[in-house]
Design a binder for this molecule. Structure first.
Ligand code: GTP
Ligand code: MG
Length: 300
């Protein structure tokens, strides 16, 4: 027998209602910004994989779009993807928002996790925003959920990192013995173009309100490395109506300029390169129902 150390590796599906903090936790565990984060529900549209590698373990976290009742082809795809990813994962991390009471949405997701027949760990997030009595109440209510056997509940703060090491240890213990699934240096399977498009969309989410955040998608048209090391990025912002386009452009182009400045800083921070970012806003009516466009954008 060889005395090589056995490694553990596998997929953990991150499931939870919109806005509970799934993407924030993914970024913290992976150690770099893989998924964009915003206070607006339904920020994540694709199943994003983030890879965290330890000495003898590798955790592939699948950041799922927040589950809710589908409204259109876009949200239907997001929902189907969630169910599929749960079935294909080795374990699930069910995330709850400690700031809110447990509701039908949480019970729906708990039932989906149970139906998938995989082991599960529960994270009660945003514990930093709770005092001790509220934490106790939230933990007690969480324990009342109908969960797979032996599901442990961890109070955590994805924002500060409190409790995350303990949670990580419990997740790793659920992984099967397996060789690593990704090169240890790789943080995600997202293509560079999608990653950059998401950083642009994050700025849109940060700067717009009401229906605009949900009405905008971003596509990278061109990504070119100049010989001097600079990165040239041309991106299209799709809106659904002329009035949305007007808001995205802003008075004298002020909104799109702000989006561009913010996104350029993020892209430069991520790539460590100088970036030329060129944004154009287009109306594409009904893009949320456009199967061909959703395919092209990788929203399966
Ligand atoms: N106070 C507090 N806020 C948090 C914590 N984790 C996330 N948030 C905030 O919660 C909001 C939603 O975070 P996301 O990570 O985008 O949530 P998500 O679950 O990925 O949301 P969807 O992609 O829409 O499903 C953001 O404003 C975060 O800054 C936490 O531990 N404490
Ligand atoms: Mg998210």
């Amino acid at each position: 027998m060889s005395d090589a150390i056995a490694t553990r590796a596998g997929f953990v599906a991150l499931a939870g209602r919109p806005n509970v903090g799934k993407s924030t936790l993914l970024n913290r565990i992976v150690g770099t910004k893989v998924a964009i984060v915003s206070p607006k529900p339904q920020t994540t549209r694709r199943a994003i994989r983030g890879v965290a590698t330890g000495e003898d373990w590798q955790l592939v976290l699948v950041d799922l779009p927040g589950s809710q009742r589908p409204r259109d082809v876009l949200t239907e795809r997001m929902q189907r993807r969630t169910e599929r990813e749960l079935r294909d994962s080795d374990a699930a991390l069910l995330m709850l928002n400690g700031e809110q009471t447990i509701g039908p949405g949480d019970r729906f997701i708990a039932a989906a996790v149970k139906a998938a027949g995989i082991p599960c760990v529960v994270a009660l997030n945003k514990a930093d925003a709770l005092d001790h009595p509220r934490t106790v109440v939230a933990l007690t209510t969480a324990a009342g959920l109908d969960l797979p056997d032996e599901a442990e509940i961890f109070p955590i703060s994805a924002r500060t990192g409190a409790g995350v090491d303990e949670l990580l240890e419990a997740l790793v213990a659920l992984l099967p013995e397996s060789p690593f699934l990704f090169p240890p240096a790789e943080a995600t399977d997202l293509s560079p173009a999608v990653r950059l498009a998401e950083l642009v969309r994050e700025q849109v989410l940060e700067r717009t309100r009401q229906e605009i955040p949900h009405a905008v998608e971003v596509e990278i048209e061109e990504l070119e490395e100049r010989s001097g090391g600079a990165l040239v990025v041309r991106a299209l912002l799709y809106a659904e109506t002329d009035s949305q386009k007007g808001i995205l452009v802003g008075a004298g182009g002020s909104m799109v300029r702000g989006i561009g400045t913010g996104a350029r800083a993020e892209i430069e921070a991520l790539t460590g390169r100088r970036v030329h970012l060129d944004l154009a806003v287009r109306v594409r009516r009904g893009w949320r129902g456009d199967e061909a466009l959703l395919d092209r954008l990788g929203i399966e």
